[in-house]
Write a protein that binds this ligand. Sequence first.
Ligand SMILES: NC(=O)c1ccc[n+]([C@@H]2O[C@H](COP(=O)([O-])OP(=O)(O)OC[C@H]3O[C@@H](n4cnc5c(N)ncnc54)[C@H](O)[C@@H]3O)[C@@H](O)[C@H]2O)c1
Length: 352
Amino acid sequence: MKNIRVGVVGAKFAADIHCDSYSRNDQAEVVALADIADASELMHKWNIPDYHKDYAEMFKRDDIDLISVCVPNFLHHDVAIAAADAGKHVVVEKPLATTVEDAREMVVVCEKNGVKLMYAEDWCFSPALRRAEEIIKEGGIGKVCFIKAKEVHNGTHSPYAKDKDMCGGGSFMHLGIHPIGWLLYLLGKGENPVVEVTGKMTGGLAENFVHAENGGEDFGMGMMRFKNGEFAFVEGNYITVGGMDDKVEIYGTEGVLKVDLTFGSPISCYSGPGISYSIEKTDHNLGWTRPAVDEFLNLGYVPELKYFVDCVLGKHDVFYGVNGQAAVACVELVKAFYESNQKRKTIYGEWL
Ligand SMILES: NC(=O)c1ccc[n+]([C@@H]2O[C@H](COP(=O)([O-])OP(=O)(O)OC[C@H]3O[C@@H](n4cnc5c(N)ncnc54)[C@H](O)[C@@H]3O)[C@@H](O)[C@H]2O)c1
């Protein structure tokens, strides 16, 4: 038996990523899945012994220490609060919640129960972005002036994420929140707040570029400025075909860093018959592709969940960027970008 026993709520896409990461961790094991739907696929894949249809039943177990919240966004609040009230530490997938009020309450309830709230912004653990951070820290590109960062693909696989209320927005909430969270971690550092935001989005449904079935926007972009003067430009859209495209450009006074998180594979492949998989959300795997070597490691999930398990073991405090404070600020920021888009003006404030 391993030291940390995990229950995962939700048993589909994100849950698969969490189970993979825990399976590589010698301190943790997933002992149960909870999902209102059938969970047998992941149970077999990851050799998980128990299933609960109702997550509340899982939280009654005293042999579970940590809960991974991998359900649709609108359920994060209720599931995390129920887990915290049952004395479990919680890892919550992004976004922390669909409203600022829910997000703030989650932090308060976790604190009240003395459990750790860990926000699963995997970009904060991506090995390539960590290497870029080291180069910045050693002064390799001078002082950072401007960062462009995006997560974009051809549309969410999850029916829940297509519903504006269940998602808390559209592509900007669902994807743009990754670069926003990472920028807060890298530049905000818990001391350098974002002070202005300007957002532009498509209008949802018939006002979308491509996805008229989505209640939320299928295209979102935003400009933000930090108190110390740095500018950033972030994108989260569902109009990008050809595979999930996560890219970062960092411009300093004495250098530039460019990071390609998803197409940066060391493998180039030409396949006549096609291959079964290359990268997330590709339309085709025929001809030339750049097959990912280990997506879950390179996007940061594996080191992320290792770090969170170590937090539960008491080895670390949860750092700014993946703690409750930063997770709340991410939701506040996305909402401020939406407000900017709606009012057609820049919104000023202090988000940290
Ligand atoms: N960090 C990342 O890069 C990343 C990637 C994908 C998804 N996510 C996040 O993970 C979460 C889940 O996304 P997904 O893509 O796995 O969604 P999904 O639609 O693929 O799966 C959601 C699962 O939750 C289950 N579910 C719904 N209501 C439930 C309830 N009341 N109790 C228990 N289970 C319930 C569904 O049956 C389904 O199996 C979302 O918040 C999403 O934003 C994060």
